[in-house]
Design a protein around this ligand. Structure first.
Ligand SMILES: Cc1ncc(COP(=O)(O)O)c(C=O)c1O
Length: 387
């Protein structure tokens, strides 16, 4: 929670257009499964450059339905990243499939294709790459591994709306199933919400049925042709989505400008992007490689290895700056350790990033003055919390 005068970690950009479209829905009387939902899906698909998109109540709901669509269930192993938000692995457990964690690339922090290739085994049914912190996964490499081994691919693009992969394709538009999320800190927000890009029209129909208690489009409210869920996005949420989509490019550009300002400012005091300088010092997010384009979700730095991160967070808080340790490795959370026997040290690159990353205040419209305050506070906090 942010207090008055504190620079918050994230802040949604909500304006008059969001209010106007929300009011339009309220006055229309169609609060669910109405025209605004269809409009959001249609406009989102057009913006991304895909045939269709299916809105759901959250990114997690989208991932769950994505996993069902892949047919991943008991006995299926799916290779995925340990350095992610926990929902990208939990969605496999919901269906009884087993996540198999592989280590990540030390620069991008995304699933390492070499590690994935080595991990493919008899029971491997698919790969679930995550575009972590908005940086595109190496989707062409995963496509190749999947093709050779007869695997299926589901992309968790929840943090990466607007990014582009190494083949120059917008994330979510490669023709494989992909999921986006619209929580309040995301590039585009509906408060809570998500979107699944289906691989084909059959998958789209199934997703629309499963998000709505297993109903077919022409069925009455109490008829069901399969098991489904209530994963519907409301029309009020869709109204927010439509308004945000209208200025998506502007919102993405504002994030990008804020990231450049951080990189410039911290670079002046000697910090370097991942892969470019001292990996033990203050490490900034990596630069884009080749045709890859990151969509800026958070600005997270790796603290010098010798720094005490908790003390830095506490000191920043005292100086009116909200910052957050980012993120626990999934394989070391109690449910995964207990069930699958993971131990510290098994996935060292992910564990190192997880121990050192700190997310700084980051949102469209964060001012240069605020960025200066954050960077000064960080530098001072690091001087005092450094062994
Ligand atoms: C990588 C990743 N996957 C999945 C999710 C789940 O999205 P939601 O919170 O909308 O359920 C998130 C959300 O933060 C995420 O960052």
């Amino acid at each position: 929670m942010s207090v008055a005068g504190q620079i918050p970690l994230a802040r949604p950009a909500i304006g008059e257009r969001e209010e106007e479209l929300m009011l339009e829905v309220l006055r229309s009387g169609r609060l669910s499964l109405g025209p605004m939902l269809e409009r959001f899906e249609r406009e989102f698909a057009a913006w991304l450059g895909v045939e269709d998109a299916v809105a759901v109540s959250s990114g997690t709901a989208g991932l769950h339905l994505g996993v069902r669509g892949m047919g991943w269930g008991p006995g299926a192993e799916v290779i995925t990243s340990p350095f992610s938000f926990i929902a990208s692995a939990n969605c496999l457990l919901y269906e009884g499939a087993e996540p198999v964690f592989c280590d990540v690339d030390p620069v991008t922090l995304n699933l390492d294709p070499d590690a994935v290739e080595t991990a493919v085994g008899e029971a491997t049914a698919g790969i679930l790459p995550v575009d972590i912190l908005g940086y595109p996964s190496d989707l062409p490499a995963f496509e190749e591994i999947s093709g050779v081994n007869g695997l299926r691919l589901l992309e968790d693009a929840c943090e990466a709306l607007g990014g582009t992969d190494s083949g120059g394709v917008r994330l979510g538009a490669r023709g494989i199933a992909a999921v986006f999320a619209f929580y309040a800190n995301k590039q585009l927000t509906t408060g809570e919400g998500g979107m699944v890009v289906p691989p084909d029209a059959d998958a789209a129909a199934r997703l629309r049925s499963e998000r709505n208690q297993g109903r077919a489009p022409d069925m009455a409210w109490v008829d069901h042709e399969r098991i489904g869920f209530n994963y519907r996005l409301t029309d009020l949420q869709a109204a927010l989505g439509v308004a945000q989509l209208e200025r998506a490019e502007e919102l993405l550009a504002a994030r990008s400008a804020a990231a450049s300002a951080y990189t410039r400012r911290l670079g002046q005091s000697g910090a370097t992007p991942a892969g470019d300088g001292d990996p033990e010092g203050l490490v900034l997010p990596c630069k884009d490689r080749g045709s890859e384009r990151r969509s800026w979700f958070v600005y997270a730095v790796r603290l010098p290895r010798a720094a005490d991160r908790d003390a830095v967070v506490a000191e920043l808080d005292q100086r009116g700056v909200q910052a957050k340790a980012y993120m626990p490795c999934i394989h070391l959370t109690p449910p995964y350790r207990e069930r699958f026997g993971y131990e510290p040290g098994m996935l060292p690159v992910a564990e190192d990033a997880s121990a050192r990353l700190l997310a700084l205040p980051f949102f469209p419209g964060i001012g240069e003055g605020e960025i200066e305050r954050v960077c000064e506070a960080l530098e001072e906090a690091l001087q005092g919390n450094w062994t």
